[in-house]
Design a protein around this ligand. Structure first.
Ligand code: PLP
Length: 386
């Protein structure tokens, strides 16, 4: 099986698993305890905090561990909502559902700025909406298209009006460098399983000095910012994944990943007719490509590719056999047929050039086969794209 669905989740690195194991065995003590084993767990958590901070150029006390990207996002947005005066929650039309649904539930007016055809935020529209905003939440990179957003410009414009900024950086972290000194966000949400750490663990960056209100009330762990007994093993795993991500970003393996993605993408677009590459080519994660195949239903393609041993995702929301353009594709004004025939491929450091080559051949054969047999509609199929 060749896994090209790394924007959905990633494989645990061996060194991450190794770092976690002792904390699942003998190191099970509650980190809040007063005895030696508890202190050891506390120290391990604080080491991981420093490692995660180091990945994004933050200070350790600016990192709060959570149960993942979704909780970090909900915590950040609830805090901003509770502590800012009147005004809109200013976000974008292409955010992940964790942001969209959370914002919808706040008792506050919402304004969603659009994107251009390439999937990048419309900065002029953003600027025009800023005077009415109480706070801003703009993602770092989109999970479907991999298109990166102009975070520095967003921050500069919001900061000039003293408007706090949160970013869902779940897809960005580990794939491209982010330094919160260069992109001075107030809050940033991270998720370990997107960069070869364990699932169910994440972090919220909270800039020193920012007013903050916790979402979960309870035992007051994480300096009162996130109650609940700490998941020592997963926190240690996230720390180890952060260390590995930092050295990966600085290594030749990072440019190799882009070369593998580019080879795959270029081979597909040159060897198969009727393929459209969706999303901004210049401002994009180095691992992602989002492609539409004329005359092919994405659900059918996914089945054929799965049979051929290739794991990837539909580029649009696909439920109970009915392909529907996703909110991201709608915001990008991608025509419906193109949206319904799109696939998302996400490479990772585990993929090789041979994987890319094998995937090209599998996609080629699947597209040819589907074009031969494809009648209107190939349901019913149930596929969920996170
Ligand atoms: N934000 C983005 C952009 C994502 O892609 C995801 C996961 O798919 C999330 C948030 C949610 O993160 P988690 O799975 O850690 O809750």
């Amino acid at each position: 099986m060749i896994d090209l669905d790394s924007n959905a989740t990633t494989r645990l690195l061996p060194e991450v698993l190794e770092a976690m194991m002792p904390w699942l065995e003998d190191g099970y003590a509650n980190p809040s305890g007063s005895y030696k084993a508890a202190k050891k767990a506390r120290n391990a958590i604080n080491d991981a905090r420093a490692q995660v901070a180091d990945l994004i150029g933050a200070s350790p006390e600016e990192i709060t561990f959570t149960s993942g990207g979704t909780e970090s996002i909900n915590t950040a947005l609830h805090s901003l909502h509770s502590l800012t005066g009147h005004g809109t929650a200013l976000s974008s039309a292409i955010e992940h559902s964790a942001v969209l649904k959370c914002i919808e539930h706040l008792d506050r007016q919402v304004e969603m700025v659009g994107v251009d055809h390439s999937g990048r935020l419309d900065l002029d529209a953003f600027e025009a909406s800023l005077p009415n905003a109480a706070f801003v939440s703009i993602m770092g990179a989109n999970n479907e298209t991999g298109v990166t957003q102009p975070l520095v410009e967003v921050i500069e414009r919001a900061k000039s009006r003293q408007i706090p900024v949160h970013s869902d950086t779940v897809q960005l972290i580990g794939k491209l460098p982010l330094d919160v000194k260069e992109a001075p966000l107030d809050l940033a949400s991270l998720s370990a399983h997107k960069f070869h750490g364990p699932k169910g663990i994440g972090a919220l960056y909270i800039r020193n000095g920012l007013k903050f209100q916790s979402l979960l009330q309870g035992g007051g762990q994480e300096s009162g910012r996130r109650s609940g007994t700490e998941n020592t093993a997963s926190i240690v795993g996230m720390g180890a994944a952060a260390v590995a991500a930092k050295s990966f970003l600085e290594s030749a393996d990072h440019s190799a990943l882009k070369n593998i993605r580019d080879h795959f993408q270029n081979s597909i677009t040159s060897e198969i007719d009727g393929v459209t590459l969706n999303g901004n080519i210049q401002h994009r994660l180095p691992n992602t490509t989002h492609l539409s195949f004329d005359g092919c239903d994405a659900a059918g393609l996914l089945i054929l590719l799965d049979e051929a041993g290739i794991q990837c995702s539909a580029g649009s929301a696909c439920m109970t056999g009915k392909q529907k353009p996703s909110h991201v594709q709608l915001a990008m004004d991608i025509p419906e047929d193109q949206a319904k025939s799109s696939l998302r491929f996400g490479f990772s450091r585990f993929n090789t050039m041979e994987d890319a080559e094998a995937a090209v051949q599998a996609v080629k054969q699947s597209v040819e086969k589907l074009r031969r047999i494809q009648g209107p509609g190939v349901g019913p199929v149930t596929i969920y794209t996170p």
